[in-house]
Ligand binder design. Sequence first.
Ligand code: BV8
Length: 253
Amino acid sequence: MVENDSAVALAPLITEAADALRKARHVCVLTGAGISAESGIPTFRDALTGLWAKFRPEDLATPEAFERDPKFVWDWYEYRRELVRRAEPNAGHRALAELAGRVPKLTLVTQNVDGLHQRAGSTGVLEYHGNILRDRCTAEQVVADRSEDSRHGLPRCAACGALLRPDVVWFGEPIPRGPMIAAAEAAGTCDVFLSIGTSSLVYPAAGLAEAALQRGATVIEVNPGRTELSDAASLVLAGPSGELLPRLLRALA
Ligand code: BV8
């Protein structure tokens, strides 16, 4: 909950952000793990509990880690999949879905692999880092179904029997071409760029706000904590997105 004094301090900033949105022809939004925190999905750095506590995400979410011990990596993804399946979109996700109907054009780019934006009603979501609920065949590199007999607990491709992996982008792997080009295009042509719930540490996603700044767009950060982007942002709305995005929408009305 945003403390009262900061809630008061936030009011003029919310008005300023709403003014910028009201004038915008094209709004580009980048979201990170923070927008799903209020849905009970731990942020990326917090997703390392229990068995995986002593690992850095950069060590687990890599082709090398999967090569080394696919069962260990799959167990981590199955644990996270369970969290995603049990989660519901929150007021922050819903506010963004509604915002798309309030501005001439909105491009939503997400680093999240949880699919909650789509479940909240957002369309044309650019899944910059893939989706955790899809399987990809390690041989054909296409989204695939699971074969009945997943020997040794490892899922196999129904078409060719090869090992399946989660359809996400691992560290050291390129961003899927379509979302990468569309996101760069949007960041490079938007009037307002909203950076929501991201630490702005992981590239090339973190470079999108920089591209928008270079283009002279108004960059608005929504995050309860300071990030790599906070100093450069035009406006910082310091608080949880599940509270501040509905407030922003109300201020837009
Ligand atoms: C690549 C999918 C090359 C998997 C993920 C330039 C400089 C430095 C390093 C690099 C560089 N360029 C590339 C690199 C290397 C690397 C990188 O960036 N490393 C980092 C760690 C320094 N990047 C890569 O490897 C990328 N690939 O470069 O390939 C290439 C090119 C061509 C050909 C071959 C190779 C790929 C990166 C993608 C990796 N995959 N996810 C999975 O999910 O399992 S990244 C993953 O981590 C997430 O998707 C997300 O992107 C990132 C986590 O960041 P956030 O989402 O921001 O979450 P975080 O926990 O950090 O922060 C949460 C924030 O929320 C906090 O600020 C908190 O305050 C806030 N918050 C909390 N509660 C709330 C809230 N906000 C609002 N409301 C709340 N209630």
